[in-house]
Each structure stands twice: as C-alpha cells, then as structure tokens.
Design a protein. Structure first.
Length: 282
C-alpha cells in the first residue's frame, strides 16, 4: 500500500507539459474520430429543423453568412448542417453576406456540406450572392429589390445570366430565411428589417454568447427556433442523423472536461496524502 501511495505521489508531481499533452490528445482524438456521445435536441433546435423540413422540394431558402474566421469554430458546424439539410431537401439556396469574410466562409461550407458529392450545380441549385457593404441597408435592399442591390454575384457573373435568379425580385419570393450570425449585423437586424416587414419566416444560428440577445425574438414568435452555438449544431446533426463538426466538437469538449476533472481529483488526493504524511512526521 505504501509503495502504491509513493507511486501516486510521484505521478502527482509529473511535469506540467505531460498534462498539456494529455489535454491536447483528449481534444484532438475525438475531433479526428468522433465518439458519438448522446446529444438530446432542445425545442429551439427542433423548431428550426421542422421549419426547414416543411419547405417543399424545390423551395427557395436564403442563408445569410454573417460571420468571419474569428467565429468559424462555432459558426461553421451550424452552417454546414443547415446547408446540408437544404441540399438534402433539394431546396434552391441563395447566399448573401453581411460581413466581408462571409463569402470565404460560404465557399468553405459549400465544400464541407458535400454540394459536389450531391450533384449540386452552381446557378441551378445554389448561388453565392456575396458581400455588399451597408449593414441594415443591405437587408432593406434585399427586402425591397434584390436586383438593384445585386447586379452580379460573388464571381461577377451577371444576375440575369443565372438560371435560378429568374423570378427573384425581393425577399417575398423566398420560402424561408436563415442567418448564421455572430453579431452585428446579423439575426436581430434580419428580423427588424427583413422578416418582420415582409412576413417571411426566419430563424438563425448564433454564437452561444449571443443567445440571450436573440431568444426574445423566438419567444415572441418573430423567429422560428434558434440553433445555439456548437451544442445547437450537434443537436441539429443528431436530428439529421449525420455526424459532423458539431458532434465531434462536443465529443472533444466532453472528453477534455472529464480529463481535467480527473486531474483535479487526482491532484487533491495526492495533496491530501502528503498532508497526512507531514502530520505523522511532526
């Protein structure tokens, strides 16, 4: 027993770099090979899923990319899950961006969502409208006359030459609006200047810290549900029956937290043993 305690005390004095390495492995391994821990979808996430699921095949959904690389780890899983769902439903996807980094995020999400693997064709199944400066003015422009605001897409192709833009004049020509929002301008501005004036149903995916600001619009019925950060993305992937970045991220967080808790317990245990031995000496 004494030898075992001696061994435990030695382990308690292990170099901190070893601990950092173990934490890194606890995060990295679940990301590379998700464990598939159970995630129970919340009512707000279920509402978003049901709303998009209810759009008839061939319907039009606008997905606005309102974030940049700084919030990519939390926003990307949401965007990938929703875009994949839209493609699986064979919806026509239109992608404006209120943030300058939005087009780069959208192009990356298109690859991760499997647009090519599902045989989606640019201009027929999806179009990247790109970034326009102006904050709320951009939303107002889309709500009133999208062609006045967008004469070309993100690749400078004339809007009139894109087949899926036929018949598109303003926000009222869409079945649903979804914004992947990390702040201003984003979800709140889309409600105030887009959804409310036109009556188009909408929802959003937000950073976890933004949920308290956005949830009142869900409670009043101005938004249909809400996908809250990476946990929300994991819930949405569960509803889709598809393991993705959200579930992998939650697995990594959960495993890392367990490892940290175990280190805390072990550290307190070895400290207690040392104190007891010190008392016996004196």
């Amino acid at each position: 027993m004494s030898r075992l305690l001696d061994l435990l005390l030695k382990l308690g004095k292990v170099d901190r770099r070893v601990i950092f390495l173990l934490i890194a492995l606890a995060v990295l391994l679940p990301l590379l090979n998700p464990i598939g821990l159970t995630v129970e979808p919340t009512s707000t996430t279920i509402k978003v899923f049901k709303a998009i699921e209810a759009i008839p095949e061939g319907g039009r959904i606008m997905i606005s990319f309102d974030y940049d690389p700084s919030s990519k780890p939390e926003m990307h899983p949401i965007a990938v899950a929703v875009l994949y769902h839209a493609f699986r439903k064979n919806l026509k996807v239109y992608m404006p961006c209120l943030w300058p980094g939005g087009p780069f995020m959208a192009n990356d999400v298109l690859k991760l969502s499997g647009a090519d693997e599902m045989g989606k064709v640019y201009g027929e199944d999806y179009v990247l409208l790109g970034f326009r400066p102006g904050f709320e003015a951009v939303i107002k422009g889309i709500a009133s006359n999208i062609r006045y605001l967008y004469s070309v897409d993100a690749s400078n192709t004339l809007i009139d030459e894109i087949p899926m833009m036929d018949g598109i004049r303003n926000l009222k020509d869409f079945d649903f609006l979804f914004t992947v929002s990390a702040g201003y301008p984003g979800a709140i501005e889309w409600v105030q200047y887009g959804s409310d004036p036109t009556g188009i149903p909408m929802s959003s995916g937000n950073t976890s810290i933004q949920v308290n600001e956005v949830i009142p619009y869900v409670n009043t019925g101005q938004m249909i549900g809400l996908i809250a950060g990476m946990p929300g993305a994991a819930e949405y992937e569960t509803l889709l029956g598809r393991k993705g970045m959200g579930l992998a991220g939650m697995d990594a967080q959960s495993v890392a937290h367990v490892v940290i808790i175990l280190f805390i317990i072990f550290g307190n245990f070895t400290y207690y043993i040392e104190r007891q031995r010190a008392k016996k000496r004196y």
